[in-house]
Design a protein around this ligand. Structure first.
Ligand code: AMP
Length: 417
């Protein structure tokens, strides 16, 4: 038997339904917020991620799937969605007149060579949104609240936004200097990755999964002490706006996000009682120009659908997991089965959820199937009735049976389901 690659899983059954449900709800939100769908390739030039996501991040240094294609090009399976969207934004010159926000969202698989464990896969699905052409705190507030209300509407009532700011370049520089000064004498007590990060990208030390609980990391200087006035004012404004939008947030100064491109506001979505992030985002004003485009500010977020599916599945009751259909058609003879094929199509085209079997099964077996599908109505065909243009229909709840004219079956079902 050939088995699936390590760190992947097959999405089907309940998980498949939940994925459709989440995607449909997100589509609705995106229509209301006026975001349009973008689909970019699952593989891109490796350079995009090295330049975009960053040479010093774990995602690029340790976790990418890189390969040479048959034409000798260096290709990477995308580890996240933003870099591809930005590449497309630049390549397709979507800048507009630089005053209009350009708002896009995506829903697709990402690939990270991580150590598989609960909630961590090598193929993961993310839904994300990006807004270009606005540097206002109000845009960040809109984007943060969009993600927050989607999660709430999915039934994750106790979602909370963990919020931080990385400030502007000047603030970040003075904070980084202070961080290096604090960490240097202690660095040998931290992991090898942290020792490397101190040299290449000191902010990343705050992101360390391994040393997160150590006193050294718990007592690091906080960014809030190093923000210049402009960055401080901007962050205060964002907090006021989130309060106005009824977004439940808390400040967490250890959130720096695992990617290189963020500045100003960064955040992650958590459940109050959960330890795994459901999603995260931030402002990335320099990424478009870093990737060769004009100087255009942007902000975005992404959530991991796999973790959300697992949470929703745990919360669903047996009842909610059941399949419920409107009508089950029963047929035994060849004539009845032909009739069932045509009738099922007519009902389905009228939005009546319908099932029947093409296999040769006894009526008894068909009753069993109808029960397992929780059919509201049973349509029990028989040749004699059909010749008179009649259909025998049974309400499966009341057990009442009636014969109705075949021309009124659709109206009958539509007014009773
Ligand atoms: P990130 O941009 O890395 O913070 O990822 C955003 C979200 O994607 C996370 O909050 C997770 O919900 C999800 N995610 C990231 N990596 C994985 C993974 N390896 N497996 C499953 N979900 C993931």
């Amino acid at each position: 038997m050939i088995t699936k690659p390590k760190g992947t899983y097959d999405l089907y059954g309940t998980e498949g339904k939940l994925y459709s449900y989440i995607s449909a709800l997100v589509d609705e939100y995106m229509v209301n917020y006026n975001y349009s769908k973008i689909r970019t390739p699952i593989f891109e030039s490796s350079e995009l991620f090295h330049r975009g996501v960053g040479e010093t991040t774990d995602i690029v240094t340790k976790e990418t799937y890189d390969f040479q294609d048959r034409g000798g090009r260096s290709i990477t399976l995308r580890p996240e969605g933003t870099a591809g969207v930005v590449r497309s934004f630049i390549e397709n010159k979507m800048y507009g007149n630089k005053n209009d926000p350009i708002k896009m969202y995506y829903n697709g698989t990402m690939y990270r060579y991580e150590r598989p464990q609960a909630g961590r896969f090598r193929e993961l699905t993310q839904i994300g949104a990006e807004v270009f052409n606005s540097d206002e705190a109000a845009t960040d507030a809109e984007v943060i609240s969009l993600g927050y209300y989607i999660l709430k509407d999915l039934g994750l009532e106790n979602v909370v936004v963990k919020l931080n700011t990385l400030g502007d370049l000047e603030s970040r520089k003075s904070y980084t200097d202070a961080l290096v000064k604090y960490l240097k004498p202690k660095i040998n007590d931290l992991c090898e990755d942290c020792q490397r990060r101190l040299e290449t990208n000191p902010l990343r030390v705050l992101d360390c999964k391994f040393d997160a609980e150590s006193d050294i990391l718990k007592n690091v200087p906080k960014i809030s002490g190093y923000l210049n006035k402009e960055s401080q004012d901007r962050f205060n404004k964002l907090k006021d706006l989130l309060t106005m939008l009824d977004v439940d947030y808390e400040i967490d100064e250890n959130i720096v996000r695992g990617l290189d491109y963020y500045d100003h506001d960064v955040w992650e979505y958590y459940l109050e009682d959960g330890s795994l992030a459901l999603g995260g985002g931030g402002r990335y004003n320099n990424l478009v120009s870093t990737l060769g485009g004009p100087d255009i500010p942007a902000v975005g977020f992404a959530f991991g659908i796999d973790r959300i599916i697992a949470l929703l599945k745990d919360r669903l009751s047996e009842k909610e997991l059941e399949t419920n259909i409107d009508a089950y058609i029963m047929a035994v003879s060849e004539e009845e089965k032909l009739y069932a094929l045509k009738l099922s199509q007519d009902l389905r085209l009228n939005n009546i959820i319908t099932e029947y079997t093409t296999n040769n099964l006894s009526l008894k077996s068909q009753f069993k199937i109808a029960d397992s599908l929780n059919a509201k109505f049973l349509i029990i065909l028989n040749n004699e009735d059909l010749q008179k243009g009649l259909i025998n229909i049974k309400d499966n709840a009341t057990k009442e049976e009636t014969k109705i004219d075949e021309s009124s079956i659709i109206d009958y079902l539509l007014s009773n389901i």
